[in-house]
Design a protein around this ligand. Structure first.
Ligand SMILES: [Zn+2]
Length: 90
């Protein structure tokens, strides 16, 4: 079901990650959007993992004062992901 609109009541992966990003930025979501996001995360392991990582990064960055502005770039996220994974091992 990745990236398809088979179920109209459920956001696709693109929509779900977009909603998750909004939530991370403390933007207000409508009730329908929140339910859609929750439902999607129940069924979709990819987005669930993505949201968990984004929250971890968000929390991590919140405790730091980054020298440079972090761009929402996939490769940057991947770097953070690896860094956080390393830290969690200890
Ligand atoms: Zn998804």
């Amino acid at each position: 079901m990745m990236g398809t609109h088979k179920h109209t009541w459920m956001p696709c992966c693109k929509d779900a990650t977009m909603l998750a990003e909004k939530q991370l930025q403390h933007q207000r979501l409508s009730l329908g959007q929140r339910i859609g996001l929750r439902l999607h995360l129940l069924f979709c392991i990819f987005c669930r993992r993505y949201v968990m990582q984004s929250r971890a990064i968000d929390k991590y960055l919140g405790n730091q004062t980054p020298q440079t502005e972090i761009t929402p770039d996939e490769s940057v996220k991947l770097q953070w992901e690896t860094m956080i994974a390393e830290r969690m091992k200890k």
